[in-house]
Design a binder for this molecule. Structure first.
Ligand code: GLA
Length: 633
């Protein structure tokens, strides 16, 4: 570990059955030895609470703590994460273990961070058993107070679903056809909260024992079931597990987006890359290894987007178990021959050189709105088109900003947006009154907004906002969406831009009636992309999904119009990201191409990766090469 520059390790994540081999009997001797050895070696510990995989004795004694799927199938033990989040049996056993661990390790000198559970919701995001049903009813009572209010919120007059008492309510289990959408939405909210209660219970124990030790739990990329805005506010720092597919050309963009989201979830504070793989995973159909230099490049990319630490799953490749073909820092074979090990050692050394970057925060003038509740509601069934997927719509508008090296934050629609010049709202289907009013105010006060189709359609109960689509934004956008016209798979419409350029639209087409807005693009004479001066700002509307180059042109115009400048002008395929404030900043240059490239440099500085002086002019970056230039010091 010292050779690889390791200074922090996560320990004990799945070791409940070792730590508590039988109910109430704890065995910490083996873990003491591990922690002592690490401490002697100068390595700090992110100690896991080990509650992500209950031991066999627990489910054997209490099979009722196992989770149940929507169709009534109970999951068996034998893998991991086999617990009902609302089970009092699981919760009290987890609490007892965490209390014992906190008590035993509170004073251990290696302990610098707590790692609660593991990837909450990854395999079992929701449970539909009777215990969960009772917990759901309690959650609903707290939300609505009266059954009348629930009936109103769920629109239960439709299909004779009116409830007379709380006892009649069950989770949206497998039904003859679509369960009530408002009920489904509430169950998604409840399920995220039920797991958060598990996290909170452990968090409370840990904070009591070690008030100054930061607590985290590892998030995942593009993970729908948990409302990470809510979760992140319960953590001391955000951490992420990131496994981009080396064979997918979109991976670099997706990893950048995930990093921006993590930084934003922590309101700009540094986050930590808790897990990545040194090379291959084992859970895709075909597990392509990372290309030479890709692990290093993507590690630096995480730091560029705000990570202050880069960690791996896993240290040593296992000999047995379901993940024995997953790469590790230390492979099965001899390390001397392993390029993976060589790369890991090099990364450790180079990350050590980045010490001055730690803690540096970034600023962005552009924010993309991202809301789990809207995501959940958008993707419930029985919509005009199931082809409108939240992440795809966000990516469609993130990509051109990423490619133009424009710094981007993510924001919740209800956030104060006044620090931004441009806000992007990709298919923001569900919006609360206050958030809608906040967006309108943002434009009124001089902001630029790019909003795409199927936004502002429903309220938080998933009820249509009446008065014409999109009711809260019609005046601001200067238009009425008279009706939706989803496009068939493969169908495209031509776009004629006001500047004479052509493009294509896919997935969706709004029937737009202009009421003050001007058409930026039409399709057979009908307006599809518009802009409207409203108050002191401008609101753009995309009534279709334009092709990539049309989207890029539109966003570039919006960015320039809002007075936002990119981080740097660099060749295509090179990503430029800045961390830190003006005159005390670090410019990350990341060459995602598998060919070398010359990058224009404006300002002198020092490349922290190798300590070399950097001069204005052209700087050569080898294939997948990186530079971190300390500027203006
Ligand atoms: C997740 C888990 C790890 C491991 C890896 C494999 O990130 O947290 O325990 O299963 O996936 O990629």
């Amino acid at each position: 570990m010292r050779e690889a520059g390791v200074n922090l390790v996560s320990v004990g994540i799945f070791s409940w059955s070792r730590l508590e081999p039988e109910e109430g009997r704890f065995d910490f001797a083996w873990l003491d030895r591990v922690l002592d050895l690490l401490h002697e070696g100068g390595i700090q510990v992110d100690l896991a609470t080990a509650t992500a995989s209950p031991p066999p004795w627990l489910s054997h004694q209490h099979p009722e703590m196992l989770p149940v799927l929507a169709d009534g199938v109970r999951l068996w033990p034998g893998a991991r994460q086999h617990y009902c989040p609302s089970s009092p049996i699981y919760r009290s056993a987890a609490r007892r273990l965490v209390e014992a661990m906190a008590d035993h390790y509170a004073k251990h000198p290696s302990l610098v961070m707590w790692h609660v559970g593991n990837e909450y919701g990854c395999h079992v995001p929701a449970c539909y058993c009777d215990v969960s049903a009772a917990a759901f009813r309690e959650w609903l009572q707290a939300r609505y107070g009266s059954i009348e209010k629930l009936n109103e919120a769920w629109g239960t007059d439709f299909w004779s679903q009116r409830y007379g008492s709380w006892d009649e309510i069950v989770p949206p289990r497998r039904t003859p056809t679509w369960p009530n959408p408002s009920q489904q939405l509430d169950f998604l909210r409840f399920s995220s909260d039920a797991l958060l209660e598990c996290y909170d219970a452990e968090h409370e124990v840990l904070k009591k024992a070690t008030p100054n030790v930061p607590v985290t739990t590892n998030f995942m990329v593009g993970f729908k079931p948990l409302d990470y805005w809510k979760w992140a506010s319960h953590e001391d720092l955000v951490s992420l597990d990131s496994y981009p597919d080396p064979s997918d050309p979109a991976s670099a963009m997706r990893a950048a987006m995930a990093g921006d989201l993590m930084r934003s979830l922590g309101h700009g504070r540094p986050w930590i890359l808790m897990e990545q793989t040194s090379s291959r995973v084992n859970w895709r159909d075909v597990n392509v290894p990372k290309a030479p230099g890709q692990m290093r490049l993507w590690s630096f990319q995480a730091v560029a987007h705000g990570a202050d630490g880069v960690m791996f799953f896993q240290w040593r490749q296992s000999r047995a178990g379901a993940e024995k073909f997953h790469s590790a820092m230390v492979p099965h074979g001899p390390v001397e021959q392993s390029t993976v090990w060589h790369d890991v050692v090099r990364l450790g050394r180079e990350l050590g050189n980045l010490e001055p970057v730690a803690g540096a925060q970034s600023t962005a003038s552009v924010a993309i709105l991202f809301d789990w509740e809207s995501w959940w509601a958008l993707e419930l069934p029985s919509k005009p088109s199931s082809r409108v997927r939240q992440i795809e719509q966000v990516e469609a508008l993130y990509r051109p900003l990423f490619e133009a090296n424009v710094a981007v934050d993510f924001a919740h629609p209800g956030d104060d947006l006044s620090q931004y010049r441009l806000v992007v709202a990709p298919s923001l289907y569900l919006v609360a009154d206050e958030a809608a009013a906040g967006l309108v105010r943002f434009v009124q006060n001089g902001g630029a907004l790019v909003m795409s189709f199927f936004s502002g359609i429903v309220d938080p109960s998933d009820h249509i906002r009446l008065g014409g689509y999109p009711a809260p934004f019609r005046e601001m956008l200067g238009l009425d969406v008279v009706d939706f016209h989803p496009l068939a798979d493969g169908e495209e419409v031509g776009l004629d831009f006001a500047d004479g350029k052509q493009g294509r639209g896919a997935i969706w087409m709004d029937e737009i009636h202009l009421a003050g807005a001007g058409a930026l693009a039409t399709s057979i004479g009908r307006p599809l992309i518009t802009s409207h001066s409203f108050g002191r700002g401008t609101a753009y509307y995309l009534g279709t999904q334009p092709d990539a180059s049309a989207t890029a042109r539109l966003l570039q115009a919006a960015v320039a119009g809002a007075g936002v400048v990119p981080v740097a002008e660099v060749p295509a395929g090179v990503e430029a990201v800045r961390r830190g404030a003006a005159r005390k900043s670090f410019l990350f240059l990341l060459n995602h191409r598998d060919a070398g490239v010359d990058v224009p440099i404006q300002e002198a500085g020092v490349n922290l990766v190798d300590g070399a002086q950097v001069h204005p002019g052209l700087m050569h970056l080898p294939p997948r090469g990186v530079a971190v230039i300390r500027e203006g010091w």
